[in-house]
Every structure is written in C-alpha cells, then in structure tokens.
Design a protein around this ligand. Structure first.
Ligand SMILES: *Cc1c(COP(=O)(O)O)cnc(C)c1O
Length: 226
C-alpha cells in the first residue's frame, strides 16, 4: 500500500470518529510514527502532507531529522534516558514520555525554551508499561512548576494491546477525566489541553474519547514488507 492510500483510509476513519463524537477533525493531529521504516518511506509520508513525526529511539529520531529537518514537527514518543536528553533536545518539539523528576530536571537543564511535554501515564497499570499511575499524576504535574523550561501541554498513554473495546474506552476516558481535572487547575506551567492517545489499532476509539494527538505507525507507513 502507498502512504497515500493508507492516509486516505485513516482520514476517513478520523472523520467518522469525529462525527460519532461531535468533534472537529481539524482538532486532531496525526503523528506519523516512522520507527520501523526507512527515511524514504518517511519522506513519502511528508509528501502526502504528514508534517508531524514520532520516533521512539534516539538514533531513529536523529536519522529522520537529518533528512527531513524543520519541515516537520518532531515528537519523541519513547522512553527516554536522562543522559540521552542532550542528543535530541535541539531537534524535538514535543516529548511524550515525561514520567519522573530526574528526567524533568535534565530537560530543564538542557534547554532554555519552554519545551512542550506530555506526562506519560500508565492508565491500565500493566507492569510492562512506562508512566505514572493515574493517582500520582496530578501531584507530579504540580511539582513540574519548579522547572521553568518545561511546559506540560497534555497527558499521554499507551493502551493495553487488546481488542476489548469497552476496556479501551475506559482507559482513554480515565485519561481524559484526569486531563480535565488538571486543566481546570489553570496552572500556568501546565495548560494540559492535549491528549496523546490512540495508535493504529485503537485511534478511532481514542478520538471518540477525546484524543487530540494520535500516534499512527503501521497503518500509515506499513505494512512492513522486507
Ligand atoms: C510504535 C508506537 C506507536 C505506533 O504504533 P502502531 O501500532 O504501529 O500505530 C505509537 N506510540 C508509541 C509510543 C509507539 O512506540
């Protein structure tokens, strides 16, 4: 499949999900996740109008950035070791995986602009997943006011890899409710208006439950044939 075909499908699905939930498709940002594909395939996506890219590894981000650069907006979506922050800090526009104070401290130290960050939440409590428990998030976001170079723009989660629509919905809804609570605090360092949730297998549900940023890899730039 070409990226153009894939994207046409995705846009149709997004429109439907927005219709179902009375939302405006213009409020949804598609982040093209290019972690499994070549620079050429990423450039194909760029040519189709994808101008937000997500990578979950340092090397992948740097490779794609070197070829595409500031024509796109860059999202780091993987778990991030503090000592690696300096390698990507000048290239990324958003970090989706802020989940601990030591990382906040390092980001704050390495930049002098208010870097847009999502706080990662492990809504489902799966042990394999990164992120804070739901009940730790608000206090954590509160403490981030001590790091003037961090702006908390939203919350991010990865849903469990399941088909059970009801459980997926509950996961996304919990994150949205938490976002609403934090947003209503009106904290200057944490406008917290965004929700980064939904991947290839569940983005329609995530949108119906309030996602503003969907991170789509395989159904956009796949399938991955060798
Ligand atoms: C790989 C990845 C995605 C995209 O996954 P697909 O199922 O291929 O759409 C989204 N978010 C994160 C954090 C990822 O690592």
């Amino acid at each position: 499949m070409t990226v153009a075909n894939n994207l046409a499908n995705i846009k149709q699905n997004i429109e439907q999900a927005c219709k179902n939930s009375n939302r405006d498709p213009g409020d949804i940002t598609i982040i093209g996740v290019t972690k499994y594909v070549t620079i050429k395939r990423a450039e194909e996506a760029l040519a189709e109008g994808i101008n937000h890219f997500g990578e979950n590894r340092i090397e992948g981000l740097i490779d794609k950035y070197q070829s595409i650069g500031t024509e796109a907006t860059w999202h780091f979506i993987g778990s991030l070791q503090s000592r690696k922050v300096k390698e990507i800090i000048d290239k990324v526009d958003y970090i989706h995986s802020l989940d601990r104070k030591s990382l906040a401290k390092e980001i704050n130290k390495r930049t002098n602009k208010a870097l847009k960050c999502f706080v990662q939440v492990n809504v489902s409590g799966e042990e394999s997943k990164h992120g804070l428990d739901l009940n730790q998030v608000q206090a954590f976001v509160d403490t981030l006011r001590n790091y003037p170079n961090i702006k908390v723009v939203g919350l991010m989660t990865m849903a469990p890899f399941i088909k059970d629509e009801k459980r997926l919905r509950e996961t996304f809804r919990s994150l949205r409710e938490l976002r609403d609570t934090i947003q209503s605090e009106g904290w200057e360092h944490a406008p917290c208006h965004y929700l980064s949730m939904g991947m290839s297998n569940d983005y329609q549900i995530a949108i119906e439950e309030g996602a503003t940023h969907v991170r789509i890899g395989s159904s956009l730039v796949g399938p991955y044939e060798e």
